[in-house]
Design a protein around this ligand. Sequence first.
Ligand code: ADP
Length: 401
Amino acid sequence: MKLLVINAGSSSLKYQLYDMTDESVLAKGLVERIGMDSSILTHKPTGKEDVTEVSEILEHTTAIRKVLDKLVDPECGVLKSVDEIQAVGHRVVHGGEAFKGSALVTGDVKSEIRRLFDLAPLHNPPAILGITAAEKNMPNVPQVVVFDTAFHQTMEEKVYLYPIPKVLYKKHHIRRYGMHGTSHDYVSKVAAEVVERPLEELKIITCHIGNGASLTAVQGGVSVDTSMGLTPLEGLMMGTRSGDVDPAVVTFVMNKEELSLSEVNSMLNKHSGLLAISGSSSDMRDITDGMEAGEPNATLAFEMYEYRLRKYIGSYAAAMNGVDVIVFTAGVGENSAVVREKVCENLTYLGVELDPELNKVRSGDPRRISTPNSKVDVLVIPTNEELVIARDTFRIVQENK
Ligand code: ADP
């Protein structure tokens, strides 16, 4: 079965075409600047030359039509006909409490995703645009939705509730949901394969650290705690997000600086984190370069980032009463040897012993970077959220045949 995975943003749309007979990627690409006159479509067919095309793409339906045109193009295409695509899988950020797993798209499912707009105002509306656009272009093809939050629906009440008036949970569903679920799910399963032990008996801490960053405590294969909350703002210090701050900072700053709700929201989401402390960049490569050059603000940004990450690892070891495996994944986790080194340097009390040479190896494969003596296996596992979406889509379409 061939299926298309779509990740729709408000002005962008990423896609990957899978052949599920061997889980190979036939083509992938990205449409950027949707809604503008110079939209850019970058199409990367496997085994053929990449193509970039600039044109006016005003909405998502046109974006998907252009993608389908490219997939069947005689030069850069990989399909004879669009009819070969037998299912479409969509990434949706927020599934609230309604979705504990992936689902076949129906009218009710779409209504529920719309009801969750309040909880994910930036993320769920574009997902609906993507679903509607795919339905218009491929009306008879089953569509599946895969949620970032679903993996964390196993968290217990004591973990997901905030200690605030309970009426707010009842009225507005204010609770912790967590994000990056597909990634935490995927890397924890791969981790069990790498250490050759059953997932059911492992205590794993998965560190998904990219631009956005979250940690999950995975015990027996299920998420028991995760660092993002109602929104992706909670938890670790990130590229441009603050992560945890005293909630009183918000009202204090609003009062002192006369900021509106949207201004303070933007401050915490877009102008904080590494960017705010370094004063120059949200990108870990620039931060570590700055640190090597002796730049004090970059050094402070790095130290705060590493310290907060390490504290969360310690708290999740406490939450699970131990840890067998620590996994690093996503942009920073997969690529930054110095972040891994500094974090692990101060985890010796857990019995963590990093192999400095293995830590420096650059590879796209899952690998162990701890010594054979280390009490905790430390792994680097490249994440693959699209593959999880493809696998879930395949499974759900089979189940509903
Ligand atoms: P997103 O959260 O947008 O999916 P990614 O997981 O792709 O992000 O991570 C992007 C981040 O990864 C970049 O902002 C950068 O900070 C970091 N990164 C990428 N390559 C490296 C590298 N070689 N060294 C350090 N950090 C890196």
